[in-house]
Design a protein around this ligand. Sequence first.
Ligand SMILES: CCCCCCCC/C=C\CCCCCCCCC/C=C/C(=O)SCCNC(=O)CCNC(=O)[C@H](O)C(C)(C)COP(=O)(O)OP(=O)(O)OC[C@H]1O[C@@H](n2cnc3c(N)ncnc32)[C@H](O)[C@@H]1OP(=O)(O)O
Ligand code: FAD
Length: 666
Amino acid sequence: MSEVKVNEDLVKERQKCSFDVEELIHLVDGGKHNTLERKKIEQYVLSIKELKDEVPEEYLSHKERYENSVRKGCILFMVLMKGILERKPSRNDGISYNYKIINGVIKDITPFMLHFGMFLPTLASQASPEQQQEWLKKGIQMIGTYAQTELGHGTFLRGLETTATYDADTEEFVIHSPKVTSYKWWPGGLAQTVNHCIVMAQLYTKGKNHGIHPFLVQIRDIETHMPLPGIKVGDIGPKLGFQTANNGFLGFDNYRIPRMNMLMKNSQVLKDGTYVKAKNDKLTYGTMVFVRVTIVADVAYELARAATIAVRYAAVRHQSKPKPNEPEPQILDYVTQQHKLFIAVATSHAFRTVGRWLWSTYTKVIADMRHGNMDQLPELHALACCLKAVCSKDASTCVEQCRFACGGHGYMQSSNLPIIYGIVTATVTYEGEHTVMLLQTARYLVKAYKQASEGKSLTPTVAYMTKYLKSGSHYWQNTPEGIIGGFQAVATGKIKEACESLFQHVKSGKDYEDAWNLSSVRLINASEAHARAVLCEMFWKEIQRISTTVSPSLAIVLTQLAELYLNYWALEKRGDMLMYSTITKEDISSLQRRYEELLALIRPNAVGIVDAFDIRDEILCSTLGAYDGRVYERLMEEAMKSPLNKEPVNQSFHKYIKPLLIQAKL
Ligand SMILES: CCCCCCCC/C=C\CCCCCCCCC/C=C/C(=O)SCCNC(=O)CCNC(=O)[C@H](O)C(C)(C)COP(=O)(O)OP(=O)(O)OC[C@H]1O[C@@H](n2cnc3c(N)ncnc32)[C@H](O)[C@@H]1OP(=O)(O)O
Ligand SMILES: Cc1cc2nc3c(=O)[nH]c(=O)nc-3n(C[C@H](O)[C@H](O)[C@H](O)COP(=O)(O)OP(=O)(O)OC[C@H]3O[C@@H](n4cnc5c(N)ncnc54)[C@H](O)[C@@H]3O)c2cc1C
């Protein structure tokens, strides 16, 4: 086979890289061992011929596209079952390349995502040991999803309308959807893929409501896959993205399930209908905390895909002639382009790093909870909510920025940036809508503020408040530590103001809920500021720690990325810094200069840094971002796959245009 020629610009970019790309690859993967494991899996899965598409997904109809994604999902399922990949998809470090291989198999979202992402984790965390044993026996016979959201309610879970009424005579629950707004709406895979669901429903026993609880419900026959009597299920139709996720609706007409199908690890219903309450009623919401935690590292990965595409393209693309006697420069040499792209690269590193820290915090708290200690759950919940909210939104903005940075070609489906955007922007809404998540964190911050005001000690992630409430302001220094202090001072100041507004409204006679609503813009700003303080501190600290363990040349690059991230956000939030610290106009000018220096320092390594995300072409799925940089050839090759290019004249000419032309002549 003849070697594919790599674009000359990319060759030059790679030659000038000042650090060992392989070393950064291992760091990104979380160790050399993980890199080797990932590569083995990729090599195996991506060489399965049946997983390659003859026609690009986007030319298929809604139905064909779904069927193709099931076909490929099942091949991958078989591979996993055979144990060829040695272990099941896992999410150690909050991100696992084992399951990210799915991006190389299906461009959009697999209809099996909810099976692995929420159905199995809910069974693992909320079914009793006996139930787990029983259901594990059924194993692969059960393909499931997580059916919580309804047409009428997604955010307000206490408002869900599906009922599960216990009938002690038959020892069954009767699951019912009383009206159209009670229909489940959104669950991935629900429409045509799954035969089971975790259904969140209002539990009634002995005539009393006990709030929402999880139930394992079979909705289709295992053999025929026909919907079972009493079940109405279907597809909700096309969306902005997630076209192959098979999101569905589901209604129940007095549908009966055995008593033991209520997930009984936390609360139980005894045979006679007696309700046994859980130690903590928020345990029912546990799977959501788990997914929110994993979203931080997940969006880091999607952002790495987008940044790889856009940076490589920017190295290949030449445009404009600022100097008449010189060739058109690479667009990557425009500082505005670097400004658009390097923050995307740095953000991916920040979210991966903080995502790993959040994951280890999560696993520690869960381990404590297994021993009956729930003390840290509120702090974990508050942290997961604001980080999920800010990381999903920032990642969406960065992906969109990467698309803008690719000009017109970024708008092509074949660039894959529109699909990646569809995947990332969904995370802003699902698993807890952005504003709603910020408001959850705000509840925690208000409590923390009250505690601090009473001189009580605070939990670690909000402890900074004590210092800044005492000092009133932050003495600015143009150093990473100074910037982090600035973010903490901003967060403290905003929390204080939001609380004062809230308390003032209450004092003036408003209900707490109305006072909350009136102060809610300040509350979400406070919550966002808190998340930024956590992100900056944790990213910087971790990069400093890592820098002592890697080669000096890599330490320099990592430090530059982390410093760029801090400077970028300090400049973005300069107004806040002016309000809550002693920063001066001169300090801001100096920050700006340092930011521009950092862009210039990162520039020679830009391609090397995205190469170190080590995302194979089959996983990038992009005409613009492939390793060899054959951008124009690939754009043309992909365009030629358009079914419209298969014939010189389309039949619509004879049917419609020609008669129109004839009419026009008359
Ligand atoms: C084919 C082979 C392929 C192989 C490869 C595999 C491929 C795939 C594998 C893996 C993929 C992995 C990817 C997984 C991704 C999953 C995709 C998910 C798609 C989307 C799913 C969904 O969206 S599911 C639905 C999510 N829904 C929500 O998030 C709803 C949001 N609403 C809420 O959470 C709550 O209602 C809300 C928090 C808003 C309020 O609740 P409420 O009951 O009203 O409580 P409230 O009175 O306000 O608060 C009381 C008290 O409790 C605290 N609290 C609230 N929630 C929690 C919690 N979760 N934990 C702890 N505490 C909580 C709250 O703060 C209050 O505290 P106090 O202030 O009173 O102290
Ligand atoms: C791609 C995708 C996949 C999904 N997959 C699943 C799934 O597999 N399973 C599942 O069960 N669900 C799923 N969902 C549903 C998802 O979890 C909900 O859409 C999400 O939780 C938001 O709820 P909502 O749609 O009711 O929005 P709403 O709550 O109606 O939000 C609408 C607006 O109202 C605002 N708002 C609502 N309440 C408040 C408040 N208290 N204070 C201030 N503002 C408020 C919000 O900020 C938002 O701007 C999915 C959704 C999407 C988009």
